[in-house]
Design a protein around this ligand. Structure first.
Ligand SMILES: NC(=O)c1ccc[n+]([C@@H]2O[C@H](COP(=O)([O-])OP(=O)(O)OC[C@H]3O[C@@H](n4cnc5c(N)ncnc54)[C@H](OP(=O)(O)O)[C@@H]3O)[C@@H](O)[C@H]2O)c1
Length: 327
């Protein structure tokens, strides 16, 4: 494993992290035994960074990680980056809420599910424009003082808002959508994004010494190179809700992924490793929070650490992905 260090986080962070969304079964379903095997493969590979959220599996992801962490006793060997601000009702309809009352409730729920007394990086999952950021920042300061959280991260925020937030308290990390084909993209599922990752977030994190966590590094699987067509999700899979996987958007993305796959075959490396290494060669990237549906995928993604993209390869890749630079 390779570890990276940024000014605003004391610990060294593994450049490959683990995204725990699909532990909760929102994707194609995942048994807890499968989750346990994924986690063991991650720990074996030297991963020390776990990105998770209460809403993943509507609390199940945190619960299962809590059980497995307790059973194997690795809590103090990892950094847990959980989140707050996305609440859901009995019909699982979500809403943004970063009010003091809600955060104070959410943190105790997360700590109890994770069976720990603190969360290392507590991230605001999405902005909540109905709550003044002063109220949210004051609440996070209280949590820090109480020792319930150590660092604060913002996820999916515009850089103007990050700047405003930093006038109230230190921001240690940022998380945004970023992969070879979603570099400055303007939407995630049906949500408009208030930031351009490559153009705005990357320069900001670099200048401010923040950890940067790109999410969906494999474009939810499209950049694994295994897709034959668009119809491979089961009915329950949340990726059905991503409009980029339906027409009119899908064909362009799929054709480009096919071109990248042909390039990957030509240079003799799998596309998933190319996609991971394309992110890894960016100095701003602290940890790539990659999701895996089984332990084999986790191991396959870790194999990217065995080689690096050369400047020539980067140039050739750029000619393929250039049309997506500002998409
Ligand atoms: N802050 C936010 O708003 C936000 C939003 C989204 C995600 N995230 C975080 O980012 C993490 C990762 O993002 P993501 O899960 O959206 O996307 P991702 O990491 O781009 O894709 C993960 C999926 O790609 C496929 N895959 C992974 N490795 C593979 C391999 N070696 N070979 C073949 N297929 C492979 C698997 O899907 P199959 O089931 O098809 O095999 C896997 O579940 C999440 O777990 C979460 O922690 C955060």
């Amino acid at each position: 494993m390779i570890y990276r260090k940024v000014e605003k986080v004391k610990e060294n962070i593994s450049v490959i992290g683990i995204g725990c969304w699909n532990f909760g079964g929102d994707w194609d379903g995942s048994s807890d035994k499968n989750t346990e095997n994924i986690i063991m493969a991650a720990l074996d590979g030297g991963i020390n960074f776990f990105d998770i959220a209460p809403v993943y599996g509507f609390s199940h992801s945190e619960t299962v990680l809590g059980h497995i962490m307790k059973r194997y006793g690795f809590r103090n060997k990892i950094l847990i980056a959980s989140k707050c601000g996305l609440r859901w009702d009995k019909n699982r309809k979500t809403r943004n809420d970063l009010s003091r009352k809600s955060i104070l409730w959410e943190i105790d729920q997360s700590l109890s599910r994770l069976q720990t007394d603190h969360i290392d990086i507590y991230q605001l999952h999405w902005p909540d424009h109905a709550t003044p950021i002063e109220e949210t920042a004051e609440t996070l300061k209280e949590l820090k003082k109480a020792g319930k959280i150590r660092y604060v991260g913002l996820s999916n925020y515009s850089q103007e808002e990050v700047k405003r937030f930093e006038q109230l308290m230190e921001v240690n990390s940022q998380q945004s959508l970023y992969n070879m084909l979603e570099r400055n993209t303007s939407s995630y599922h049906n949500i408009p994004l208030e930031y351009k990752t490559e153009e705005e977030v990357l320069p900001y994190v670099k200048e401010h010494g923040q950890a940067f966590l790109p999410y969906s590094p494999l474009f939810q699987g499209l950049l694994s190179g295994k897709w034959k067509d668009k119809n491979h999700f089961s009915k329950q899979d949340i990726r059905n809700e991503n409009p980029k996987f339906s027409e009119p958007a899908f064909s362009g993305y799929f054709e480009t992924a096919q071109k990248l796959k042909a390039y990957a075959d030509a240079i003799g490396h799998p596309l998933n490793e190319i996609a991971m290494n394309w992110l890894r060669q960016k100095e701003e990237v602290t940890t790539i929070i990659a999701g895996a549906s089984n332990p084999e995928q986790m191991k396959q993604n870790l194999k990217c650490l065995e080689w690096e993209l050369t400047p020539q390869m980067l140039k050739e890749i750029e000619t393929i992905i250039e049309p997506y630079k500002y998409l």
